[in-house]
Design a protein around this ligand. Structure first.
Ligand code: SAM
Length: 163
């Protein structure tokens, strides 16, 4: 495991139990301008830079219909996170909070999610704005934002049956 984050005063680790393998599949990788955690935004912004979701085969056909939606939920594996902290000090001020009360990337299963704005779909690449992850972050899933039950253009298909 890559552990980029050093411990801060008051933070508490536990011995991480052996993984019960969920069999996650990396369906692609995310290309962003950020190569260090310090430079990466804490949360993405819809006026942020255009980033790319590069989808690997054999999953490319699964993109069909994605461009009906203006907002997508992107789910990714924060692969450079340590996974053993139960108490964290986000402000490095001796005050700690439980991992499950934070959106910190440091968690037992370092899954990140962002609602992004679709810019365009070209082949196996989805161009989006609104991400907050390092370049080369593994991609776990892409799905329509849960609020958008209907596609942008009426009659184009999709809709609630896709839920
Ligand atoms: N938007 C997601 C969420 O709320 O689930 C992630 C939020 S998390 C606070 C974003 C931070 O995670 C970034 O500022 C960066 O410090 C860190 N980060 C981004 N990509 C990472 C990666 N691949 N591995 C570890 N940490 C990462």
């Amino acid at each position: 495991m890559v552990q980029d984050k050093a411990l801060r005063e008051g933070e508490v680790t536990v011995e991480t139990p052996k993984a019960s393998d969920a069999g996650l599949i990396f369906i692609g990788r995310i290309r962003t301008p950020w190569t260090s955690r310090e430079d990466t935004p804490r949360q993405g912004r819809h006026d942020g830079p255009v980033c790319r979701l590069e989808i690997f085969e054999p999953w490319v056909p699964a993109l069909k219909g994605v461009d009906f939606y203006s907002n997508l939920e992107v789910i990714y594996w924060l692969h450079r996170s340590r996974r053993d902290l139960v108490l964290q000090s986000p402000k490095d001020n001796r005050s700690t909070r439980g991992t499950f009360s934070l959106r910190s990337p440091v968690r037992p299963n370092p899954i990140g999610t962002s609602i992004v704005k679709l810019v365009k779909l070209e082949g196996n690449i989805v161009f989006v704005r609104g991400l907050d992850c390092l370049d080369e972050t593994p991609l776990l899933d892409v799905k329509p934002d849960r609020c958008e039950f209907s596609p942008l253009a009426a009659g184009k298909g999709g809709g609630e049956e896709g839920e």
